[in-house]
Design a protein around this ligand. Structure first.
Ligand SMILES: Cc1cc2nc3c(=O)[nH]c(=O)nc-3n(C[C@H](O)[C@H](O)[C@H](O)COP(=O)(O)OP(=O)(O)OC[C@H]3O[C@@H](n4cnc5c(N)ncnc54)[C@H](O)[C@@H]3O)c2cc1C
Length: 506
């Protein structure tokens, strides 16, 4: 494909964002609200990426995320609320009283209550001999959160902001510096001895970081383990897709542009500086700054020549690898399937040995318990998903692929029957997504959930910020600091927009 194939739509943009995941949209809205001329190019038909949705037979399914942090109304860490506000919009947030109902080995059946003391009490009831250690561990997580929640969260690549933050909040900054290179496992082991309780801390981390506590950065854990009791877990009325929809609408209202079915085939560079993008249909758009919301693997191995991967990206790949993708079951079920008092989010694991194995940990979300309008009356949505590798789904004939989907789905439904008896007979709709589905619809290499450390690293120290080795090219989203999750990629978006605004003198 030649760079000269089709002329660009008349003018030069200040910023071109490749992809409308939450990371890309937050970057775009922040910059457009500051007056930048912004264009977002999205390969799919709607915005949101892993925070998107699809509709079938009266059901509105979340593609992925449904346990949403960052929609609170106080502090500085409610980044989704803030991002929406920046473009004069909001979503109605429905408070979830329980973050997760864990169904773990040895009858460790526990609900993580929104009220911190209730959670501690419930956990201590299972481990009375560790009551003090439990409190001290989770209290230390609060220290991290309190540091973060005191300051405006912007680009750590902007020296004047760093200085200003330090002068305004010296103790909070020093606190964060202390925790930046630390992992949860080391801190948990200072307070807790019981091996089963340490396994519980492992799954508390694994369920969002997809690695055990020893490899999970303390900064991220401080956010998750505390914010669930502060801003809380909230579900956006109308489905998770509302967040991206509202951001996209807000973007256009403040003068930004978004184009769908606009797949970027390559980032155009001149003298090792990113100057534009070319779509798969040949169209070219030029921008002063280019932001990639695609994963680092997609950005540096597909959108740029693979033989020219910058050395710091090679180094990053030595530290981080792709996490597995997911196998998702999107189900519509009769309401009779759900026992009285069922919570929205569940984690099911029968054997600790299997926690990190494919199909080991089973995640379940039932968003219709919070917003019944997402399903026809008398029905609910159950989204069950579990880690799976792309390799296990490749090289299959069409019939083998379908048969494997069917077989895997029923294996998972059998497991779910233990907490939702009668699921099989109450099933009204079933659609199975594999790693191939995630790759195809989310544009993510191997359908990966995101980067995970190859070995124990020093907390978040090796996670890159937004600038890249290629001048004018920035990355945003879950393969930049601070990692996966909607609120985390919103953080990355705020930081990216801040750095670009300074670079452009906005
Ligand atoms: C099954 C599942 C469950 C999850 N559950 C939760 C949860 O409960 N809570 C939570 O906080 N997080 C959850 N997550 C994680 C969260 O959804 C992601 O970390 C986050 O949405 C990633 O956002 P992003 O901005 O990095 O990019 P993405 O969501 O990956 O978006 C990137 C966008 O870029 C587009 N794109 C890519 N390449 C191109 C190209 N070449 N041209 C044009 N467009 C392109 C894609 O189409 C996509 O729209 C879950 C993820 C999954 C998969």
């Amino acid at each position: 494909m030649s760079v000269t194939s089709t002329t660009s739509q008349n003018s030069l943009f200040d910023v071109i964002v490749i992809g409308s995941g939450i990371g890309g949209l937050v970057t775009a809205t922040q910059l457009a609200a500051k007056g930048a001329k912004v264009l977002v190019l999205e390969s799919y038909i709607i915005p949101g990426g892993s925070a998107g949705y699809f509709e079938r037979q009266g059901y509105r399914f979340d593609v992925g995320a449904s346990m949403i942090f960052g929609l609170g109304n106080r502090g500085t860490t409610n980044l989704l609320t803030r991002a929406l506000q920046a473009v004069n919009t909001s979503v109605e947030a429905i408070a979830d009283p329980v973050q997760i109902h864990y169904h773990l080995p040895n009858n460790l059946n526990l609900k993580v209550d929104r009220v911190y003391d209730n959670f501690l009490q419930n956990l201590a009831a299972h481990f009375p001999h560790e009551k003090e250690g439990i409190r001290r561990f989770y209290d230390e997580c609060w220290q991290v959160f309190k540091c973060l929640n005191r300051m405006e969260l912007l680009s750590l690549e902007e020296p004047r902001y760093l200085l200003r933050s330090f002068l305004q909040h010296p103790l909070a900054c020093l606190g964060l510096l202390k925790y930046l290179p630390q992992n949860v496992g080391d801190i948990a082991r200072r307070y807790i001895r019981d091996p089963e309780l340490l396994k519980f801390i492992d799954i508390e981390c694994y369920c969002w970081s997809v690695v055990p506590a020893a490899m999970t950065p303390m900064i991220n854990a401080g956010m998750v383990f505390s914010d669930r009791h502060y801003g809380g877990v909230n579900y956006p009325k109308g489905g998770v897709g509302q967040i991206a929809q509202k951001l996209a609408e807000g973007l256009e209202k403040v003068g930004g542009q978004i184009r769908y079915q606009a797949k970027v085939a390559k980032i155009i560079t001149e003298k090792y500086c990113a100057v534009g993008v070319q779509l798969t249909n040949g169209e070219i758009y030029r921008g002063k700054r280019i932001v990639s919301n695609a994963t680092r693997w997609d950005t540096f191995e597909k959108l740029l020549p693979v033989d020219k991967i910058p050395s710091n990206e090679k180094k990053w790949q030595q530290n981080y690898k792709k996490s597995p993708s997911f196998l998702s079951l999107h189900m519509g079920v009769k309401e009779s399937v759900l026992p009285q008092g069922t919570e929205c989010h569940h984690i099911i694991l029968e054997d600790w040995q299997n926690m990190t194995q494919p199909e080991g940990t089973l995640f379940v979300s039932i968003p219709t318990l919070l917003d019944p309008k997402l399903a026809p009356e008398g029905y609910h949505i159950i989204h069950a998903f579990t880690p799976h590798w792309m390799n296990d789904w490749q090289g299959l004939s069409v019939s083998d692929y379908e048969a494997k989907k069917e077989e895997t789905a029923w294996r998972i439904i059998d497991r779910l029957e233990k907490i939702f008896p009668g699921l099989d007979t109450g099933l009204d709709y079933l659609e199975v997504g594999t790693p191939r589905t995630h790759r195809r619809f989310l544009g993510r290499e191997d359908g990966t959930y995101g980067p995970i450390p190859r070995r124990k690293l020093r907390g978040l120290l090796s996670m890159p910020f937004n600038r890249t080795a290629i001048k004018g090219l920035y990355c945003v989203g879950d393969s930049t600091f601070p990692g996966q999750g909607l609120n985390a990629v919103a953080f990355s978006g705020f930081a990216c927009a801040h750095r670009i605004a300074v670079d452009l003198g906005l």
